[in-house]
Design a binder for this molecule. Structure first.
Ligand SMILES: *[C@@H]1O[C@H](CO)[C@@H](O)[C@H](O)[C@H]1NC(C)=O
Ligand SMILES: *[C@@H]1O[C@H](CO)[C@@H](O)[C@H](O)[C@H]1NC(C)=O
Length: 222
């Protein structure tokens, strides 16, 4: 009986069946369990994005259907961020839903911002980039030393770069500061990223962190 059934199923014509839309996007159902608003998810994932976990994250797909994420500052691990002497949480003052809380650095010596995430969030076999979204307030000070950006990739290789954050270049707009790239492989394992200056002993302030974007590398971009 079982033998005949499996033969029958082998003989069944192979249909070019379209996947249900929500299954075209890697891990969609699991990811949107944390959606703040559960209406029109499929429409919003393709335009505007879906805010997750009380606006700590945003999830969307790009033109090729690859998962993209924004990890807003509230979802990052920022040393001393609960102490108002060092960091302030302020509104980003953007229009619509994107008005999220951003982290404004008043003054610290020990600057350390980091987070890890699971590759199950990302579409497989895609080259992704990790990008900080930053600006500087007019009162910025103490940025003549370098900061370090680190990306710990799924294969455990470490990409590190030293960077001078120039307040004049960052003021007045959200600037993209790239950490590095990795390939999502089979969507298992994890990635960590960090921005820090923990050695210069220089007091610094005025940096505002909106978050970190993880998105496919745009081919043709430098
Ligand atoms: C948003 O506006 C408030 C009030 O004017 C201001 O204190 C805050 O710094 C602004 N946020 C940003 C990111 O500039
Ligand atoms: C995914 O890739 C990793 C590293 O290449 C490998 O160790 C692991 O066995 C793979 N997992 C699956 C489920 O294929």
């Amino acid at each position: 009986m079982g033998c005949c059934l499996s033969i029958l199923s082998l003989l069944r014509p192979v249909e070019a069946e379209e996947l249900p839309e929500e299954e075209q996007y890697h891990n969609f159902k699991d990811i949107v369990k944390d959606a703040d608003d559960k209406s029109d998810l499929l429409q919003r994932v393709r335009s505007g994005g879906i805010y997750l976990d009380n606006k700590r994250m945003k999830y969307w797909v790009d033109e090729s259907g690859s998962n993209c994420f924004m990890f807003f500052a509230r979802s990052l691990s920022i040393t001393w961020d609960a102490d108002e002497q060092y960091w302030n949480w302020i509104p980003s003052n953007e229009s619509g839903e994107e008005d999220v809380e951003v982290a404004c650095l008043k003054d610290v010596c020990w600057l350390e911002v980091q987070r890890g995430f699971d590759l199950s969030l990302l579409s497989p076999n895609v080259n992704y980039e990790v990008v900080f979204i930053l600006t500087m307030k007019d009162f910025s000070h103490g940025w003549h030393n370098i900061v370090t950006l680190v990306l710990q990739r799924p294969d455990n290789t470490r990409h590190e770069q030293k960077l001078n954050l120039n307040p004049e270049k960052l003021k007045g707009h959200w600037e993209e500061v790239r950490v590095g790239e990795f390939n999502s492989g089979n969507s298992t394992g994890s990635v960590r990223f960090a921005l820090f200056d923990t050695e210069s002993e220089q007091w610094k302030g005025g940096l505002v962190i909106k978050g970190v974007v993880v998105r496919p590398v745009r081919t043709g971009s430098a």
